[in-house]
Design a protein around this ligand. Structure first.
Ligand code: AP5
Length: 216
């Protein structure tokens, strides 16, 4: 069993690779972005509070996201956890270390998916997902085989995210460089960092990740 963090800017491919690991290695994906989007669409008080913050591309407060992760860690999973989009600040990283210690586990490896900013803009504005199963697609890089029909579940409702605009992406990138990129040094110093080239084809990125996990 391995517990991993997928670290990278918006559009790096964290969600895409997490879903493959879930299918191939029976791991559990814990995406704070997905949890926050679920909260907002279920209309909870917390969901209403975070909606505007997310749409503008800003980070939600540490306490909210740490609470969301804490709720998920009560049942350790044999295949291991994939933390996708969490932690995003040094405070969240410290909290995750404490939460994992509390359940007698730790983070085995932190995979930094490295990409350049130009590719991100193209990926983000072209992204859409299946409204039924959450499979991730792209207008050009990875369209559905039949237009409008999910390859994975046959669903026909495709969604685009409110924060997938050039304007919100600028704020998201700023948040990444300011608050999240220090985690690269944080985990490097702990001897847990591995970097993969996120500009490669999706299968090549998956193979690079598999190689790291197989030697962990
Ligand atoms: P979140 O949902 O986590 O979004 P993000 O980090 O901005 O990442 P994305 O989901 O945009 O990208 P990804 O890396 O998963 O890329 P994907 O695989 O989809 O967070 C959203 C918001 O929630 C935040 O802005 C914040 O407000 C809030 N939030 C969440 N967590 C928080 C936290 N911990 N603390 C505070 N606030 C938090 O790929 C993108 C596209 O590229 C797809 O179309 C895909 O098909 C394509 N693609 C993927 N890989 C490749 C490849 N190798 N080659 C070509 N195309 C590719």
């Amino acid at each position: 069993m391995v517990n991993i963090i997928l670290l990278g800017p918006p559009g790096a491919g964290k969600g895409t690779q997490a879903k493959r690991l879930v299918d191939e290695r029976d791991m559990v994906q814990l995406s704070t972005g997905d949890m926050l989007r679920a909260a907002r669409s279920s209309g909870t008080e917390m969901g209403k509070r975070v909606a505007a913050v997310m749409d503008r591309g800003n980070l939600v407060t540490d306490d909210i996201v740490i609470g969301l992760i804490e709720e998920q860690l009560v049942h350790p999973h044999g295949g291991g956890f994939i933390f996708d989009g969490f932690p995003r600040t040094l405070k969240q990283a410290d909290a995750l270390g404490d939460l994992m210690a509390r359940i007698g586990q730790n983070i085995d490896v932190v995979l930094e998916i490295r990409v350049d900013d130009e590719a991100l803009k193209h990926r983000i504005v072209g992204r859409y997902t299946c409204g039924t199963c959450g499979a991730v697609y792209h207008d050009e890089n990875h369209p559905t085989r039949v237009p409008g029909v999910c390859d994975n579940c046959g669903g026909t409702t495709m969604k685009r995210r409110a924060d997938d605009t050039e304007e919100a992406l600028k704020t998201r990138m700023l948040a990444y460089y300011r608050d999240t990129s220090p985690l690269i040094g944080y985990y490097y110093a702990k001897g847990k960092l591995a970097t993969v080239d996120g500009l490669a084809e999706m299968d090549t990125v998956a193979a690079a990740i598999a190689k790291v996990l197989d030697r962990t």
